[in-house]
Structure formats: C-alpha cells, structure tokens
Unconditional design. Structure first.
Length: 111
C-alpha cells in the first residue's frame, strides 16, 4: 500500500476526510438512520435490523465509534449506542460551508 500524504493537508481537510470515510459504506448509513429512529439501542437490535452478521455490524460500529459518530455505553453484557450530536453538528456545518461556497461561485460564473 502506498504512503499517504495526509500531513500535506490541513487538519480541517484531514478531519473532514475521516468523517466522510466513516460514512462511506451503506451499512454505516443504515446504522446511523436506525439510531436516528431509536435514540438508543443494543447491538442486537441493529443485528435484527440489518442483513449482516453480528461480527460485520460490530466492525461497522467500531468504525463509526472511532470517528466519534456514535457513543457506546456498557450496560451489563450489552453495549448501548447513541449518536454523537456534536460530531453530526460539525459535519453539518462543514457541508453547509461547502454548499454555500458553491452557490456563491456558481451564481457569479458559468461552468
């Protein structure tokens, strides 16, 4: 595998890339949508919802947790997950910033 040159980019660019990378799988989007509907859940609930093996879902949960999209708390033998609204708010701000810049640029010139 090639050497990444992430140090050539700003921390903001690297942070955005990490957030988007964590979202770059339909199972992770489905997990986030499930958590939006059910403020908290146990991993088993997600396994019942998605057509994936428990181990696969656990890996996707780990990726979302590493990117801080979700938080997990241990309750007995289960882990309850919920969305990290702070990270979702940051992502929303970044997307809005990009969208607003595109709107301004496109209104002043043609592609």
């Amino acid at each position: 595998m090639g050497i990444t040159k992430t140090d050539a980019f700003t921390s903001n660019q690297n942070d955005m890339a990490a957030l988007f990378k964590a979202l770059a799988h339909p199972a992770r989007i489905a997990i986030i949508e499930f958590l939006l509907k059910n403020e908290k859940c146990i991993c088993g609930d997600i396994v019942d919802e998605l057509p994936l093996a428990q181990a696969t879902i656990s890996q996707h949960l780990k990726e979302l947790k590493n990117a801080n999209f979700i938080k997990g708390t241990i309750e007995g033998t289960a882990i309850c997950y919920c969305l990290n609204l702070d990270v979702l708010s940051v992502l929303n701000e970044k997307i809005n910033s990009i969208t607003n810049q595109l709107i301004v640029k496109n209104s002043s010139r043609c592609c």
